[in-house]
Design a protein around this ligand. Sequence first.
Ligand SMILES: [Zn+2]
Length: 254
Amino acid sequence: MRPYLKIEERERKLSETSLKLQLSNLIKLQTVDSEIYILRSEKSLKPQEIKALEDSFEAKKASMAELDKKSLDLQKQRKDKEGELAAKDEAIKKLQGQLYGLKTNKEYQTMLQQIQDAKADSSLIEDKVLELFDAADNVKKEAEKEKERLKEEEKVFLAGKKKVDDRVKEIDDRLAQLEAQRNMALKEIDPKILTQYERILSNRDGLAIVTVKGTSCGGCNMFVPPQVVNLIKMYEHIVTCEMCNRILYIDEGT
Ligand SMILES: [Zn+2]
């Protein structure tokens, strides 16, 4: 007959299984929490992505505003020149009217010269007006092209934005599933252990429980001494890494 285990021995065995089970539940919880952490990190970057798309599109619109400004500027220059031209023509008429009232041939010749000079000026101004008409035409054509280009850019912008929005929606759906899984997993974990786990989780980038790989911590890669490995294998207490403070466990399957 198999002898009964001593009382302490039985209690030790009991706590060993229960701590082992707790650790294995924590590992399951960590799997869920790791995915939550990654998804939340990804989601937190999305507003920046949208902002970058918006900024880039706004910058492209700036060229259109510049062309509009250029067009207004040309219109104003042309009106000024047209005003100048009208004044010049008025002056020529006035000189021509005065021509017949002159007394001497010398005065007459001087006036004729003045009229000729004014006409030459007027012709230069006219050329300038025509030049401004041409320039305005070119700007108008450029603006039409730019408008078409912006339409395409807007499509690209909206498609890019939709892609980000869709991904956020996908993340939210997955997070809702994971939260439900998490709530189920929590029920299996001792509240004290859970408190410790969650504190480490929030202080250590979403990773609270790690395996010991060979002789190093799976979280921070620091050396884990053999006596600590032995302590973990005794399953009497939760053992944490001295360096990063994460809960350590030994994957007995490997
Ligand atoms: Zn560590």
